[in-house]
Design a protein around this ligand. Structure first.
Ligand SMILES: [Zn+2]
Ligand SMILES: [Zn+2]
Length: 138
């Protein structure tokens, strides 16, 4: 897969971003944290690596919430409209993009459903993608 440059924004468009990198993984995650943070049945997250995240506008509106008991689970969101935004971990070359925040077309298709062990019965599912009870094998 070749390097992609992807642009996106939040619902109120105060925050705009650009991510450049190699599209690697695209998962629907059914875990309980993703459910809470999206308010929906699953999160659809696109991961690029190596990748770089650049804020084009509204960086001062970004808030970060880290689940205290979680090793890594954090939520980047717009303080005005509450939309989820991409995140690049400290000292990490991985950028996670909530796919719904993209204004560009995602360069790859979803590859799997993960954390199906936490899936609620009303959440969308199909027979096409591989399903993993937690994380897929590396
Ligand atoms: Zn916003
Ligand atoms: Zn999740």
């Amino acid at each position: 897969m070749t390097e992609s440059t992807l642009k996106g924004s939040c619902l109120c468009r105060a925050v705009k971003y650009e991510v450049t990198g190699q599209p690697k993984r695209f998962y629907h995650c059914h875990c309980s944290r993703c459910r809470k943070v999206t308010g929906t049945g699953h999160a659809s997250n696109l991961f690029l690596q190596p990748a770089a995240l650049k804020w084009l506008s509204g960086e001062e509106q970004i808030r970060l919430f880290k689940v205290p008991e979680a090793a890594r689970f954090t939520n980047n969101f717009c303080a005005i409209c509450g939309s989820r935004l991409p995140r690049q971990g400290k000292d990490s070359d991985v950028v996670m993009i909530p796919a719904g925040s993209l204004d560009d077309t995602a360069p790859i298709k979803p590859q799997a459903r993960i954390f199906s062990g936490s899936r609620v019965s009303w959440s969308c599912i199909d027979g096409e993608l591989p399903v993993y009870p937690e994380l897929p094998p590396p």
